[in-house]
Design a binder for this molecule. Sequence first.
Ligand code: DGY
Length: 327
Amino acid sequence: MRSVSHTTQLEIAYVCRRMPPDVEAAMQARFTVNLNESDALLSSTAIADHARGATVLFVTATERIDGELLRQLSPTLKTVATLSVGHDHIDLATARELGIEVLHTPDVLSDACAEVALMLLLNAARRGFEADVMVRSAQWRGWAPTQLLGKGLVGKRLGIFGMGRIGRAIATRARAFGMQIHYHNRSALTPDLAEGATFHPSLENLCQHSDMLMVAAPGSPQLKGALDAAHLRALPRGAVVVNISRGDIVNDDALIDALKTGHVFAAGLDVFANEPDIDPRYRELDNVFLSPHIGSATEETRNAMGWLLIDGLAALRRGERPANLIT
Ligand code: DGY
């Protein structure tokens, strides 16, 4: 256990979700903690109620921290600390206006997310769901030359939409599988970061050059529905699509149509619009590999995310500007 700064001892923190045991213990040691013991999802109204009087609000991507909530908790609330790299669930403009600091958890989760990205890519391309069902359901009649033929990764072009820290960690792993890396970002990376990856100035251009497409762009209102029917049509027939970012970046109607017609061979999805109430049509499709938003879900990573917030708060209270401060 790290040493505790007594300057933060009396602050009240409201914690919206259960955290890993070490993280909760560290929070308890540093703050007067009010914890959502049941771990039930809380509405903004419920948070406003429970967090009244708190100077620190620990949240995750499952809570909607809108402007009205921030106004209700201001001026007592000083800091919102989110256990996520994504911050599309927080009204940053209002936080800025009210002088509320927002901390998030970049970097420490990039490797874990990249692992899940490859898990999805491999399972989509190599028909992981159907393979598992065949064995589990006792339908397997033995090896056959034409059974469950998928798509190999070697020599294929992986198009990464969003070549930030997570996108680059995915590229590193995909290169080891023999893939060529293409990407679309707002601007081209410097050569040391691009490591030979080919930049495309538009998402459409990227789609035209991707045998497999990886959505890794940070969620934001501007990117809602960004991957639409026209982009999916621009992919070569038989492409594979993976999303590890935010569900609402993908137009579900368009992706489901493309999966049904076979224009998209398979998809791997870790994130969905309106989680956990996902579009039920995905459950009916054999060519989709699904996981429940587990990109950063390893013990090491969730602990590291928790510590990044706790250390960031301590730095703020010392008057410093931690690297994970957004506003
Ligand atoms: C993140 O860190 O943004 C993950 O999606 C978990 O919310």
